[in-house]
Design a binder for this molecule. Structure first.
Ligand code: 13P
Ligand code: SF4
Length: 304
């Protein structure tokens, strides 16, 4: 009998599909992906692929981004109910209200937003280019950064002459890490350097040796002369770190750094998505046409 990985590979070929996986996905899903990476790298790949079908192993906002950037492809999200806990559906209405109150402000939408919010934004960003995106905007304009207040604050620190108002949203997995958790990890591993995602809270971030997106963290660990690292981001990144920096030691800052939505994808769901060409993500044309500029501007700005 054909095993599930062979079945996925056969269906992928028949459909002329590409499988994209975020680095927080389960390890077995990352292993069958054609390309794995952080949100920025995946957006770029989705915009440039010549496949007919994009199978997005990640969460909904990522599949929506792929569909906005490549509307002529079929976008499949095997885990149809995988959302992002950083925002609720109320975000769209709240942003509309703040826009009405601040008609001259520029809106930077983290890529972790629904398509309808991207449609109202001037530019999007990911964690790898948030500061570079803010730096690209005029200094004399009010900037509203949404919805991750921790990422916004980190970008503002690197652009002290810009006026950034940070929304108060946040990722429960990253922002849940406390100073006490990190102190405990540092005591247990006194020689380890701390590598942290900018979605962590400011007081925790101050204790890090390096702050950057998931791919920034992997690149830093690979290039560093140090041998031990405390990793303050979602645990799915560990296999990537071990591949990129073989022999080095990685310890999770806190054992519960796990995004349940990112773990909703399974090999069975990927196989079924390719077999039935469902569940699809289709962003309505009127939203897509408004959101695409903000995303194109984002993918043109390289960060780290
Ligand atoms: P990056 O992929 O930009 O590191 O973002 C992390 C994240 O939380 C994605 O949901
Ligand atoms: Fe959202 Fe955080 Fe999960 Fe990323 S890790 S999808 S920001 S809840």
């Amino acid at each position: 009998m054909e095993d599930i990985v062979d079945e996925i590979l056969r269906l992928k070929k028949e459909r002329n599909a590409i499988i994209l996986a975020h680095v927080y996905q389960p390890e077995e899903v990352q292993e069958i992906a054609d390309f794995r990476g952080d949100s920025f790298a995946l957006s770029r790949k989705a915009a440039a692929t010549d496949a007919d079908v994009i199978v997005f192993c990640g969460v909904r906002f990522m599949a929506e981004t792929a569909n906005i950037l490549s509307p002529d492809k079929i976008t499949l999200l095997p885990a149809a109910d995988a959302g992002c806990q950083m925002f609720t559906d109320a975000l769209e209405g709240e942003v509309r209200q703040v826009k009405a109150e601040h008609p001259d402000a520029l809106f930077v939408a983290y890529v972790n937003t629904p398509a309808s919010v991207k449609a109202m934004a001037d530019i999007c960003c990911t964690s790898s280019n948030a500061a570079a995106v803010v730096a690209s905007l005029p200094k004399d304009k009010e900037i509203v950064f949404l919805p991750d207040g921790n990422l916004g604050a980190w970008a503002q620190e690197q652009c002290p002459d810009h006026h950034v108002h940070c929304w108060q949203g946040g990722c429960p997995i990253h922002a849940g890490l406390t100073v006490e958790d990190l102190e405990r990890a540092k005591q247990a591993h006194p020689n380890a350097k701390v590598l942290m995602h900018p979605e962590c809270r400011k007081e925790v971030r101050k204790l890090a040796d390096y702050v950057g997106s998931t791919s920034g963290i992997v690149d830093y660990a690979a290039a560093s002369a140090d041998q031990e690292f405390i990793i303050a981001t979602e645990q799915g990144v560990l296999p990537d770190l071990e591949d990129a920096a073989p022999g080095k030691k990685f310890y999770l800052a806190f054992r519960r750094m796990l995004c349940v939505n990112m773990k909703k994808t399974s090999l069975e769901k990927v196989r079924d998505a390719l077999k039935h060409m469902e569940p699809r993500v289709v962003v309505p044309a009127e939203i897509r046409e408004k959101a695409v500029d903000a995303l194109r501007k984002m993918i043109a700005i390289q960060g780290k």
